[in-house]
Design a binder for this molecule. Structure first.
Ligand code: SF4
Ligand code: SF4
Length: 375
């Protein structure tokens, strides 16, 4: 296994963004079983963030991992979102200590400025987060410092030029976004590598979308390997790229964990033949019109009408990809009224959501179109 930043890290990381839930709270018992299975299989990298599940993800990391394993047996990453509601430098910097306290980790192996790009980057400048975190690194509270990023490649190039001290970059990379002009996965990856940065990959299964591809894609994948899951193709695609420290998968149940562990335990990069299968799957996937929402939920926080934004897009994508209006309407009902969210037609067009959407979705326009089909 290659070494990155002086560490040898298995190519699968456990993303703690979509943990199993039970009665409105993180299902800690199932999370513990998943952590145990992951560790027993030889994996060690865990990725959380200050904002995941309103802080419950970091608390779950403490209960399921930090309190139950020797500190040197795992690597813990978390992230500081200076753009998410901090009203002062002190408040933004305090997020670091809050994460330290919530996780009980003592120090972070990997620490990230969360979601750079767009208007968000200036918050890290304004609140002097760059220097603040360098100082924490010198104190030994951070071992490796980097950032996660959602924007275009030229913006990444500028940030890396201004901040050569950053050790790594976390990027959204999956086989359908690879050439997507809105996401620029390939261009961002190449920019990071040109700056000599190692890469951590997030959203390799595109928020779960690639785990349940439409029939046309499924047929191509199954014809190539009847045993392999659609997720395995997506994660192996990401992990096969050169310069990748690890690939994060936001696993929500034991079944997903077992599947991921089964093929990543002895990871084999994609062969040339397998890469052609991925190319074909991408072609088919990209021929369907759909809203490229990853359900990150950044838009929801600032919405004055509490619109079920990503739930609406999940529902309209069921219609776009599977052409099943009943299933789409059921999903829509559940994701809006059923989840205490307002319907798409109640949007007042303020545009706040579009300022934070890492996928640059024209949310207002898409909500209007979705309302016409689903309401
Ligand atoms: S434009 Fe609509 S969906 Fe977006 S934040 Fe405003 S009310 Fe919410
Ligand atoms: S619309 Fe954008 S910000 Fe909102 S959940 Fe989807 S990807 Fe995230």
């Amino acid at each position: 296994m290659e070494k990155y930043l002086g560490e040898t890290i298995p190519k699968l990381g456990f993303g703690l963004m979509r943990l199993p839930m039970k009665e409105g709270a993180v299902d800690l018992e199932q999370t513990k079983r998943m952590v145990d299975h992951f560790m027993e299989a030889g994996f060690c990298y865990f990725d959380t963030a200050f904002g995941y599940l309103d802080g419950e993800s970091e608390r779950a990391a403490k209960a399921a991992l930090v309190d139950r394993y020797p500190r040197e047996k795992f690597l813990l990453a978390t992230k500081l979102p200076a753009w998410a509601g901090a009203k002062s430098k002190d408040e933004a910097q305090q997020m670091f200590y809050t994460s330290l306290e919530r996780t009980g980790a003592g120090y972070f192996d990997f620490y990230l400025l969360h979601n750079l790009g767009g208007d968000r980057t200036k918050c890290f400048d304004e609140y002097e987060i760059w220097d603040f975190l360098q100082a924490r690194k010198k104190e030994g509270l951070i071992r490796h410092l980097g950032f996660s990023f959602h924007d275009k490649a030229d913006v990444l190039d500028q940030i890396l030029t201004e901040h050569p001290e950053m050790e790594f970059v976390q990027l959204q990379i999956n086989y359908t976004d690879w050439e997507d002009p809105d996401v620029e996965s390939r261009k961002c990856y190449e920019t990071a590598r040109r700056h000599g940065k190692s890469v951590i990959i997030m959203e390799p299964v595109k928020g779960g979308t690639l785990a349940n591809p439409p029939e046309e894609v499924m047929n191509v994948l199954k014809a190539a390997d009847p045993e392999a899951s659609p997720s395995s193709w997506a994660i192996r695609f990401a992990a096969s790229l050169e310069g990748v420290i690890t690939v994060l998968s936001g696993m929500s149940n034991m079944e997903q964990m077992e599947d991921n562990v089964s093929y990543m335990r002895n990871f084999v990069p994609l062969s040339e033949e397998e890469k052609k299968v991925i190319d074909r799957a991408r072609e088919i996937f990209n021929s369907f019109p759909k809203v490229p929402c990853t359900s990150c939920a950044y838009c929801i926080k600032g919405c004055p009408k509490n619109i079920g934004i990503f739930g609406t897009f999940q529902a309209i994508n069921v219609y776009n990809i599977y052409r099943d209006l009943n299933a789409a309407k059921n999903k829509y009902q559940w994701n809006t009224e059923g989840s205490k969210k307002a319907k798409a037609s109640e949007c007042i067009g303020c545009g706040k959501c579009e300022q934070v959407c890492p996928q640059h979705i024209h949310i207002r326009e898409e909500l209007k179109k979705a309302a016409e089909v689903l309401e």
